[in-house]
Each structure stands twice: as C-alpha cells, then as structure tokens.
Design a protein around this ligand. Structure first.
Ligand SMILES: [Zn+2]
Length: 426
C-alpha cells in the first residue's frame, strides 16, 4: 500500500512540474538581440526560465500549456532604468511628506507597481525615495504584490541644500542638519559612509544628484553640487558592493565631474554639448534620457500655474522641453543610450510613451526597443539573466498586437505580460 501511495505521489509531483511548462507560439518575435523580426517561433518556458526556442509552431505535449501569440509581436520584458516607484507628481505632492505615513505611501505604491508590470515593464531601476522602495522590492520578490522586479537606490545622495536634500524648502525648525545616514554628504568620508549606509538599508544601486533639479524646492536646477573627489568616493564605495551608479544632471559642469568621477549612467543630461558627449563615449557612460519627465513637467507648468510651487515653475519651463532635443543630438553623436523615463514624475503605467518620444526624436523603433531590453540589462549588469529572449534566461516575455516597428504607439497597448514564467496579462 505504501509503495502505491509513493508511486501516486511521484506521478502527482511529475504532473505538477510538467504543468509548469508553457509553449508560446509566437507569430513575430523581436528577441532584443537581432534587428530583424523572426517569424513563427515557439518559446518553451519551464518554471521561470526559457529552456528552448524552436522554429515553427511545435506540437504541445498534453502536460504543457499552450499560449497562443500567433497574431502578436513578442519581445523581452521591458526594463525602465529610471523610475520613482513610491510616488507620483501632483499638486499635493509637496505636502504629502507631512500627511502620509510610510504605510500609506507603501499601500498606494502597490498600485503603481501593478500598473508598471501591466504596461510590460518587468524590471525597473528605482532611483530614489524614502526607503519604502526597499520594502516594495521585497514584497514583489516574495509574491505578496504584483509588480516589476525592482533594483532600488533607496535614498538618493545629495550635498547640503542639493536636489535630494530631504529638508529643502521646509521651515527652519524642521530643517535639521541631515547627514550621510539621510543621504546628505559634504566630504569624501561622508560620501563613503552614505553609500555604506545604503548598502546596510538594502539598496541595490546608488544615485547621486550631481546638479540641481527641476522638482526640488530650490532655486537652481543646473549648477554642480558634488566635487569630483566626492563623486569618485561614491563610485569607489559603490563598486565594493557591485553597485551600478547613476547621476542626475542637467548642467554641464556637474555632468563633467560625474563622468570623470566614474559614474555609470547619466540621467536627463539636459545641457549636454558635444564635449560632454565625447567624454561619455570615451568613458563608456550610458545616457538615460527621461524625455517623458521633461515633456510632463513642461506641459503641467505651461497649462496650470498652480500645479507646481512658484519656485519650480521657471525651471520646469526651461529644462523640460530641452531634453528631447538633447536626446536627438546625443543619438546622432553616438552616445550609448539606455531607456529610462523618470516615471513618478509622469504617471506610472505610461512608461512606454518614452518609446514614442525617442522615435519622434530620430531613433529607429528597433533601437528604442533594444535600449529597453538588451542594453538596459547590460547597464544594470543583469544581462546574463535578462534583456533578450534566449535559452537559459528568465522568462520575462511581453507582446503587443500591432507591429511596433510600423507603429511605435503599439507598445502603449500591452496585450500580454509574463514575468518569471508567470502570466499576469493576456
Ligand atoms: Zn528621477
């Protein structure tokens, strides 16, 4: 009797393992590697991995599940290199820190996580928040909430009064004197301590605010805010943990110091000129354009004078519209471009609008897709696991109905989302 029970148990076990096998019949496949579209392929997924890719539509064994994507354009899950998953712009945003508890922020952000995943973004790099971003990452990884895989910088690093100083713009008795623990540094030693604190807090990467920024309650959006020695100290300390580093930068001198200091990705890059572009090419620095954020703040500042505090409006009006032009010049010049939106400035779930901005500014659609898949995985140093549809990689697969190479807006109408072999949308 015991032997029969054991045999039944083994049969049940093998059925449950086999039921995890999925055959995806793909009419069109953009694999993230090749610039041509493959026709009629079968992707075989076992648990959370791609285990085989075959020509034609392979017959599906009884024990496996068929996923019919014959009329769709199948791609690797998208990676957004610059989001802020905790929050989203609104006229109320500047008072939220005084009204919302961490639990409120976290619960609302579960909605942002879900919207991001349903838009086809299976991985994001979160470039700064309050620390709730670490909990959101853990909740997604544990399967508590649907969302993208999150690589987070936890809190952005700034210098005193800089773009990411959390006490900017508040009344004197609330200002305090934040230090490395809160992500504010004013020396090489403090820079190292702030990075190590991020590691301790559970960060996966590091972000600095190398110049002023648009949405902080401060006057200057462009000037440099770190010394080159401070940037170097951040990068060196980050490398000890294998962390990729990102620098927010609008003005030229801040960009120059960030690049020479060894920063891996440069965000926004608004006032980049040819000298900076050459420097980026020489140092292998990636450019993360975030055109979506520029367009969003410009639109809000020009149509609704009450949307942003008065100190922010002039910055939004000057910096916002320039980013798309900068992107066009950087692309022409041959700078390495990796997809990133700064979503959280613009609404979560609208991430794919960036593809349209990139194509309008002169980048071919296939290159825009590769910048959000293969190149993004390389920039995040996860290209052994993600970024292309290839045997052995994680089964992050998305699909749309209309050919994105003919109509890039098709990517804003996501039809199918699989992350880690699990189907979230079909
Ligand atoms: Zn940002």
């Amino acid at each position: 009797m015991k032997i029969i029970q054991a045999a039944l148990f083994i049969i049940a076990l093998s059925i449950s393992v086999q039921a995890q096998v999925k055959y995806l019949h793909c009419g069109h496949l953009i694999d993230g590697e090749s610039s041509s579209v493959h026709i009629e392929k079968t992707i075989i997924v076992e648990a959370n991995r791609i285990v085989d890719i075959r020509d034609g539509y392979t017959a599906v064994p009884d024990t496996a599940e068929l996923i019919d994507l014959k009329d769709q354009y199948v791609m690797p899950g998208f990676i957004d290199m610059h989001v802020h998953i905790e929050g989203q712009s609104s006229p109320q945003r500047y008072s939220e820190a005084f009204r919302m508890n961490e639990a409120d922020v976290a619960l609302r952000a579960t909605m942002y996580c879900e919207r991001t995943l349903m838009a086809g973004f299976t991985t994001v790099r979160d470039l700064g928040g309050s620390g709730v971003n670490v909990s959101l990452r853990n909740a997604v990884n544990a399967g508590y909430i649907p969302g993208p895989r999150i690589y987070t910088a936890e809190k952005s690093l700034a210098t005193t009064g800089g773009h990411a100083d959390p006490s900017n713009g508040v009344k004197d008795e609330l200002k305090g004197d934040p230090g490395p623990k809160e992500g504010v540094i004013n020396s090489v030693e403090e820079a190292k301590k702030a990075v190590r604190q991020r590691y301790k807090n559970g960060a996966d990467c590091i972000k600095i605010t190398a110049t002023g920024g648009v949405l902080s309650v401060a006057k200057d959006g462009m000037g440099p805010q770190f010394t080159i020695e401070e940037v170097r100290a951040v990068v060196d300390a980050a490398e000890d943990y294998g962390f990729v580093t990102a620098a927010h930068a609008h003005g030229k001198e801040g960009m120059r110091r960030a690049i020479l200091g060894g920063i891996h990705t440069l965000e926004h890059g608004t006032f980049m000129d040819e000298e900076i572009m050459d420097l980026m090419i020489e140092h292998g620095t990636y450019y993360v354009p975030t055109i979506s954020a520029g367009m969003f703040v410009y639109e809000k500042a020009s149509t609704n004078p009450m949307y942003f505090p008065a100190i922010i409006r002039p910055k939004a009006l000057t910096i916002g519209p320039l980013i798309k032009e900068t992107f066009a010049k950087a692309y022409e010049h041959g700078v390495k471009i990796v997809f990133g939106t700064d979503t959280g400035v613009s609404p979560h779930g609208d991430n794919a609008k960036e593809f349209q901005h990139m194509v309008e500014a002169g980048m071919p659609a296939i290159e825009a897709i590769i910048s959000a898949t293969k190149i993004a995985a390389e920039a995040l140093r996860i290209d052994d696991q993600q970024g292309t549809i290839a045997v052995g990689k994680l089964a992050d697969v998305v699909a749309v109905r209309d050919n994105p190479l003919d109509d890039i807006s098709s990517l804003q109408r996501m039809a199918f989302v699989m992350k880690d072999g699990q189907v979230y949308k079909r």
